[in-house]
Design a binder for this molecule. Structure first.
Ligand code: AQP
Length: 328
């Protein structure tokens, strides 16, 4: 273990299943981190309420995400895996943090801008999203937070609010460091925009192999012909390939891009092969787990119990620091 450093991250149960963007940008790194740090991974159902309306759907999405955490190889005996709403202290902390946080910063948050481009009506929860995210991280006094490149700005906000709070109220929180794979950009979806559960542009992590292939073949590219030399570095197909292949494999495909004579269809077949090689074994585990909702619920209940012990200790310190809840 790297000292007693703690890693925390969360994923929203905001779709029927996580997608390969969530996996390559975040989830896959969770497994490596669990070997070296104390790890806590959360299913952030309160965040998902900003976009999911149906309670039955939300419950299904939560089960699917719990199964995904286990299928990728997280061991619930070592890693705390839990549902955010099972530890209500997070809402209390979010309020204290909100009282430290300038409104102007929230208006510039990427989630708000993102929602505006999605052309959906924005509820106040969307604006409050970075505060709740900061509360998650700080409640567990996390030192490191692995996220995809799209979450960089929210992480900076969490650092900012931790520093403000510590400065005014005493040294309560470690200032969390982002763990972002700087070599990998945000993964784009079938239509070239960010791959996202709320756009219909994603490849589900555990979709069956036929459907994954069909979707990979649909990914939009530029209009270069077969004979044209192509630029791997600006190509979304090649970016995707990088997440699922070895350096040698990447070099080989890079040469084929630069030599000309290879159409995007061939590059897509290569992408499909490497995705399938990595995901197929996980898909089988997932398909088995999803049939056992009671086992999934047991894992989450046990995780919540362990998470709450940490949360209650933090919240007691925070109440003291801000001056609420003391015996009068
Ligand atoms: N396209 C992406 N490329 C790289 N990383 C990504 N992540 C999400 N999309 C990409 C990373 O996955 C983790 C979990 O994300 P999340 O579900 O908590 O929130 P999100 O970023 O808002 O994901 P979606 O799919 O776009 O959800 P919706 O549509 O509900 O808003 C995060 O670490 C994120 O960086």
């Amino acid at each position: 273990m790297k000292g007693q450093e703690r890693v925390f991250s969360g994923v929203q149960p905001s779709g029927a299943q996580v997608h390969i963007g969530n996996y390559a940008g975040a989830l896959k790194h969770f497994v490596t981190l669990a070997k070296h740090y104390e790890t806590i991974f959360c299913i952030v159902d309160l965040h998902a309420l900003t976009s999911v309306d149906e309670s039955k759907e939300l419950n299904k999405y939560i089960e699917s995400l719990a199964a995904a955490y286990l299928a990728i190889g997280l061991d619930p005996k070592k890693t705390i895996i839990f549902r955010q709403s099972d530890v209500p202290e997070v809402c209390e902390l979010a309020w204290y943090l909100a009282c430290e946080f300038p409104l102007g910063l929230l208006e510039r948050a990427h989630k708000v801008k993102d929602s505006r481009t999605k052309n959906v009506s924005i509820n106040s929860g969307v604006m409050f999203y970075p505060i709740l995210m900061a509360a998650d991280i700080l409640l567990y006094r996390a030192h490191k937070v692995p996220v995809g490149a799209d979450q960089k700005q929210h992480l900076e906000m969490a650092r900012d609010v931790a520093e403000r709070f510590n400065f005014r109220r005493g040294d309560i929180f470690p200032v969390p460091e982002p763990l972002i794979d700087e070599n990998s950009a945000v993964i784009t979806g079938l239509d070239g925009r960010k791959m996202s559960k709320s756009y219909d542009n994603y490849i589900g992590l555990f979709e069956d192999s036929k459907s994954v292939r069909k979707k990979v073949m649909r990914i939009v590219t530029d209009s270069k012909g077969v004979e044209d030399i192509k630029d791997p570095d600006s190509c979304n197909i090649f970016q995707l390939y990088k997440h699922f292949s070895s350096t040698d494999e990447q070099q080989e495909l890079r040469q084929r891009y630069l030599a000309g004579g290879m159409g995007y269809g061939v590059a897509k077949e290569e992408v499909f092969k490497v995705i399938e090689r990595e995901i197929n074994p996980l898909r089988q585990v997932y398909n088995d787990l999803i049939k056992r909702p009671n086992d999934l619920r047991d894992v989450l209940a046990d995780g919540a119990k362990r998470a709450r012990v940490i949360a209650q200790a933090t919240i007691a310190d925070v109440r003291d620091a801000v001056g609420v809840g003391a015996k009068l």
